[in-house]
Structures are given as C-alpha cells and as structure tokens.
Design a protein. Structure first.
Length: 244
C-alpha cells in the first residue's frame, strides 16, 4: 500500500472521524443512562390498587416470572426496589407515558416475552380503537421490551421523528430493535398497523381532526413518518382544546 496514501487516510480519520465517533459514544452513553433512570409515576395492579412512586425498566436480567416483561418500583428514592411482573399489573404511567399490559399478538414485532407492555400512543372513547406502540428489543436473548422513556405520547407532544412500524435494527445475539404499531378497542383485540391499512385505520383513530384525515387521504403520512403525524395530531388537539 502507498505509504503517503495511508498517512493521508489516517490524518483524515484522526481529524474528522475521531471527533464524530467520540460524540456518538457519549450520545449512546447518555441514551443508556436515560433508559436506566427512575421516573415519577404510578401503577395499577390486577386488583385495581394504585401505587405512586418511582418506576424504571430493567434493561437486562430476568424478571420475577419467566417470559414476562417487568418494571422496577420504589415508593421514594430511599425505599427498597421491587420488581413487578407484567401479570401483576394492568397498567402503569412513567413520566408522561402510559403503558398497558398485553399478551403477544399474532403478528408484528414482539419481544421474547409472552406478556409485555405496550405504550398507549392514542387513547380514545371506549368503543373506538386505540393506537398502541411497541418499541424495543425483540426476539433473541436479553431483556424484553425497552421503550424509549420520555416519548411523551401519553400526555403531550414529542412523539418523535418517525421510526415506522416494522423497521428493525439488528443488535446481535439473535435479537433486533424494532417498532410496531397495533390498533384495537383493547389489547385483546390488537391488530397490526400495516402500510395496507394505514390510511383507513389512522383516519378512524384520528378522525376528530378533519385536517389530519385530509392529510392521510392525500398520502402525506405513512408508517415511515407516523411520529410526525402524531405530533401534529396532539398539537391540533391542544390548540382546539384551548379554544373551547
């Protein structure tokens, strides 16, 4: 190999690529730390009892019950930590995000766990379909669902820039990171949101906002940018709510 070319390549890497790699490294550390952080919240157990305190996900390790997702809970910063399996809970709120327990659907990306948690992306009236989001490490080994804490769908904006349903990133070890969306009146009736049914389903779920429905029928949104669609929906909801 030409020595001058090799020296030039190393110079370019050191001057331009090395700083970028360092930045990416610290960004990954920050994301990892955030996913491990405790968030204020509460949960409802299967008997309907409510407990308020601090909640976090366990990114690795085994939960109390095999093949079930779990959370960690403590009443305050000084209290002991308790691991709660999905079958012990009906739902929980972590920060601004609401999660509900769901059994593995027949289709769509899902974790290694038979029972896990889905984020309630869009709530609705009792008889109307809701939109659920599963985001995390699926298949293979390792922990179960690892949602992005602080997505903010449950109580506001900040849904994010659009990891679409079905998109996955290989992580090694037989697993991959993926985001899937499901819809239904409840988790027992969940069906996968797909490119084929996207417009009809989302028009139904977001039908309170005619502007959104028009955008959907103009093919301005798809699974690939569903985050932007939900951002706009919540923004319009807030504006119209303030006007009432």
């Amino acid at each position: 190999m030409n020595i001058k070319f090799l020296k030039f390549t190393l110079f370019v890497f050191y001057k331009y690529m090395r700083p970028l790699l360092i930045i990416l490294f610290f960004m990954l550390i920050g994301i990892s730390a955030k996913s491990q952080s405790w968030e204020p919240g509460y949960f409802y157990d299967v008997k309907g009892n409510k407990e308020i305190g601090l909640i976090r996900y366990k990114a690795s390790g085994n939960g109390p019950i095999k093949d079930e997702g779990f959370i960690e809970f403590r009443a305050d910063k000084k209290a002991n930590t308790t691991a709660l399996s999905a079958s012990d809970l009906s739902s929980f709120v972590m920060g601004r995000d609401s999660f509900i327990v769901a059994a593995a659907p027949r289709t769509g990306a899902w974790s290694k766990n038979e029972i896990d948690f889905v984020l309630v992306a869009v709530d609705a009236e009792k008889e109307d379909p809701k939109l659920y989001m599963f985001e995390g490490k699926v298949g293979g080994g390792g922990g179960g669902v690892q949602p992005s804490v602080g997505i903010g769908i449950g109580g506001g904006f900040g849904v994010g820039g659009g990891i679409g349903g079905g998109i996955s990133i290989p992580l090694g070890g037989g697993g991959h990171k993926a985001t899937s969306y499901f819809y239904g009146r409840n988790t027992a009736e969940m069906k996968e949101l797909t490119p084929a049914n996207f417009v009809d389903v989302m028009s139904n779920i977001l039908g309170d906002e005619p502007e959104i429905v028009d955008d959907l029928h103009q093919n301005r949104y798809s699974l690939g940018n569903i985050g932007k669609l939900l951002d706009k929906f919540y923004k319009l909801q807030a504006e119209h709510g303030a006007q009432n």
